[in-house]
Design a protein around this ligand. Structure first.
Ligand SMILES: *Cc1c(COP(=O)(O)O)cnc(C)c1O
Length: 423
């Protein structure tokens, strides 16, 4: 903590925290905005200070109170990293947070920290393409077995998958991606966390429950309040928000974040000072961007739902009242976000014809930027996922994913309308 008398207190709203948390102007010559510390290393005032700094950094139990230890080298820690982590922790309503140089660096560090040869990982389906490759191609070479949950809203299905995982080896990690990218499938975090508790009692050690919160971001969903141990976010997406940086974050109890920070040092994946500085600035408008993109997305989803060339719209806000998905969504989320997938009547050829006619909406992977982006999932984001696993979760050649930005929604609808004529 900064010890700043103006530091925002625990009762403040997230909109206020995004602007102020994690930065103490008085500690920086009164500069209203955070300086950027472009330095890879830090000078010690004396040899004794140097020893003390290393002692503090490598202590098995990092001190929870008192002045923070001196900086040593930017791969270990640096001032802009501290600012980003304090702000992210406050937004995720967590004790502490760790920032990485990409979302995948955050995810792979969590896997390194909690999985061991012979253990299993239970995950919802579908899972982000990069995560899918990591667990199926890389971790499987280290004797770690992934088991997918068929329906993350159904207790029987979750318990069945957990039992299958336990039959192979100790269940060490549960990874929930909700809403799922790109299908917007919903999983019940509290339900899965409760099953993790049961397994913990059974096997003597509770698996760590992590939620990939990228699809909605910190303003619309707080997984830690629903029983998750860790919230993982690709900060590249909504938090960064301008498609001009890469970053990842993990938030949770200090005791779980400390080993991630130690691993990050040796894996070499901390967020760099300049990215931290840009991200701190992006956080300030996160709520405004989330609101505007969210309202645009609803209008676009409604336009598409009524269009004769569209077969299906997977917008979360359309989930049927009374359904398990709807009930869980209402309990777990504060909004439907601004990324969703839809299916056209036709296949790859029709989808490509439509995409090639767009003029305002740009064709690119990624999501959460100020600009509207669209992509054909099967041939881009899910290219590396085998067609059988794609089909299992409802991604085929007619599926498109759109990340709605903050433009005027009439221009977006006009562009989609003229492009759909090409189908
Ligand atoms: C983009 C994304 C990631 C990976 O984040 P990067 O910053 O690209 O490494 C992980 N999970 C989800 C759901 C994503 O959309």
């Amino acid at each position: 903590m900064t010890g700043d008398p103006h530091a925002p207190g625990p009762t403040l709203h997230p909109e206020t925290l995004t602007v102020a948390a994690g930065y103490d102007a008085q500690a920086h010559h009164g500069a209203v905005k955070p300086p950027l510390f472009l330095t890879s290393t830090f000078v010690y005032p004396s040899a004794q200070h140097a020893k003390a700094a290393h002692e503090a950094y490598f202590a098995p139990e990092p001190p929870t109170a008192g002045p923070r230890p001196a900086f040593i080298y930017a791969r270990l820690d640096h001032p802009n990293l501290v600012m980003v982590e304090e702000r992210l922790a406050r937004l995720d309503r967590a004790e502490d947070a760790a920032a990485f140089n990409s979302g995948m660096a955050a995810i792979s560090t969590v896997m390194h920290a909690f999985l061991r040869p012979g253990t299993t990982i239970l995950h919802t389906r579908p899972i982000y393409g990069g995560t899918d490759v990591l667990i199926h191609r890389q971790l499987s070479q280290f004797g770690i077995t992934p088991v997918g949950i068929e329906d993350g809203l159904d207790a029987v299905s979750v318990r069945r998958a957990a039992a299958a995982a336990r039959a192979i080896g100790p269940l060490a990690l549960v990874l929930i991606e909700t809403p799922a990218n790109p299908t917007s499938g919903i999983a019940d975090i509290a339900l899965i966390a409760a099953v993790a508790d049961e397994i913990g009692r059974d096997q003597g050690q509770r698996p760590v429950v992590a939620v990939d919160n990228t699809f909605l971001g910190p303003f619309l969903q707080t997984p830690l309040e629903h029983g998750a141990d860790l919230t993982i976010t690709s900060l590249t997406k909504y938090a960064g928000g301008h498609s001009d940086l890469l970053g990842g974050g993990v938030s949770g109890r200090a005791a779980l974040i400390a080993p991630l920070k130690q691993l990050r040092t040796v894996l070499g994946s901390p967020m760099d000072p300049h990215t931290c500085w840009m991200l701190l600035r992006s956080f300030e408008t996160l709520h405004l961007r989330t609101e505007r993109a969210g309202s645009n997305a609803r209008v676009l989803a409604e336009f598409l739902r009524g269009h004769p060339r569209i077969a299906q719209v997977n917008y979360i806000g359309f989930r049927e009242p009374g359904s398990a998905a709807r009930t869980t969504f209402d309990r777990q989320c504060r909004g439907a976000g601004s990324t969703f997938s839809f299916r056209i009547h036709g296949g790859e050829a029709e989808a490509f014809r439509m995409l090639d006619r767009l003029r305002v909406i740009r064709m690119a992977v990624s999501l959460g930027g100020t600009e509207t982006l669209i992509c054909h999932s099967a041939s881009t984001t899910h290219y590396a996922v085998p067609p059988e696993r794609r089909a299992l979760v409802g991604i085929d050649d007619s599926s498109l994913r759109i990340s709605v930005g903050i433009e005027h929604c009439d221009d977006l609808i006009g562009d989609l309308a003229q492009a759909l004529e090409a189908i």
